[in-house]
Ligand binder design. Structure first.
Ligand SMILES: Nc1ncnc2c1ncn2[C@@H]1O[C@H](COP(=O)(O)OP(=O)(O)O)[C@@H](O)[C@H]1O
Ligand SMILES: CC(=O)N[C@@H](CCC(=O)OP(=O)(O)O)C(=O)O
Length: 265
């Protein structure tokens, strides 16, 4: 949809997001930009699991989710994280409305066939609720939980995957994945790491095979490619700063831009 920017706020960076980041969102909203936030909360879920003595387990960046873990994921994401983002946005002068993928069956999923337990694979994304919230002049703030088509079961969904699906369903102009690194990092010959400014599907497959991209970066790049394949114009992975967010929205290059194919001049 014309002008929609989906911002995925990673749990890795949630505690570090400065007030200016939320003020930038308020400014963009004030200027008429349609913004949608999808958030994670991995570290906060891990901290709560620790309190109930459940050891977190991940496969390729996806949480193995037993029934007790699902309860904790839903409590943390739909509860404290979602409400804290809405509060910070409100404080910054933005109008924000928190929901989850369960509300209005925004994210309809079925249980994955992979050995991950109660993790959902998204079958359908209904954009009625995000659109209704946008039309009221609010930023939808969406927690990545999903529900079965008949409403009987709920599932954990990685927030990158949820953000990609929502961006695609909204035909967003941009998906901005805000995280704790300034983009995809690649080791250099001198031992340092540099931000990859632009990357593509082939490049990404190679970086995963070479274990340059690991852990939580895997669902991020895969969701970026899925979103691009489904019509999202641009995906950027960058830091959670006002400067980066405003630059992306002004079509300036920051972080890593993911493309289906790198442009040939
Ligand atoms: N090539 C890479 N470049 C940058 N980060 C990477 C790379 N490979 C793996 N990572 C890891 O991915 C993390 C970001 O993913 P994740 O922890 O899931 O963040 P978020 O909560 O923001 O989704 C980085 O902190 C880093 O540890
Ligand atoms: C299935 C799965 O991995 N779900 C994620 C949902 C939260 C998330 O994705 O948070 P980040 O953005 O901080 O990674 C989890 O349980 O951690």
């Amino acid at each position: 949809m014309e002008g929609i920017v989906v911002i995925k706020c990673g749990g890795s960076t949630m505690d570090q997001l400065p007030d200016s980041f939320f003020q930038a969102i308020a400014k963009l909203q004030e200027e008429g930009k349609k913004l949608v936030i999808v958030h994670g909360g991995g570290p906060a879920i891990n901290a709560m699991l620790d309190r109930v003595q459940i050891v977190p387990q991940f496969v390729d960046g996806l949480r193995v989710t037993c029934e007790d873990t699902l309860g904790v994921v839903e409590m943390v994401l739909c509860g404290s994280i979602n409400k804290s983002l809405v509060r910070r946005l409100t404080q910054a002068g933005a109008k924000a409305w928190g929901v989850s993928g369960i509300d209005g069956q925004t994210l309809v999923a079925q249980k994955t066939s992979k050995p991950l337990g109660w993790v959902g694979e998204i079958q359908k994304t209904n954009i009625g609720i995000p659109q209704a919230i946008l039309s009221q002049g609010y930023v939808p703030v969406i927690a990545p939980l999903s529900v079965s088509a008949d409403g009987t079961e709920h599932f954990n969904v990685n927030a990158d995957v949820a953000a990609g699906a929502i961006a695609a369903a909204l035909a967003a102009e941009k998906l901005v994945m805000v995280t704790d690194v300034p983009g995809i990092l690649r080791p250099q010959t001198d031992g340092s790491k540099a931000v990859v400014k632009e990357t593509s599907a082939d490049d990404i497959a190679q970086m995963i095979a070479d274990e340059v991209i690991t852990g939580g970066m895997i669902p991020k790049v895969q969701s970026a490619l899925d979103a691009l394949g489904q019509g999202v114009d641009q995906v950027v992975i960058c830091k959670g700063t006002a400067e980066d967010l405003l630059a992306v929205c002004a079509n300036q290059a920051v972080g890593t831009t993911v493309r289906m194919k790198v442009k040939q001049d």
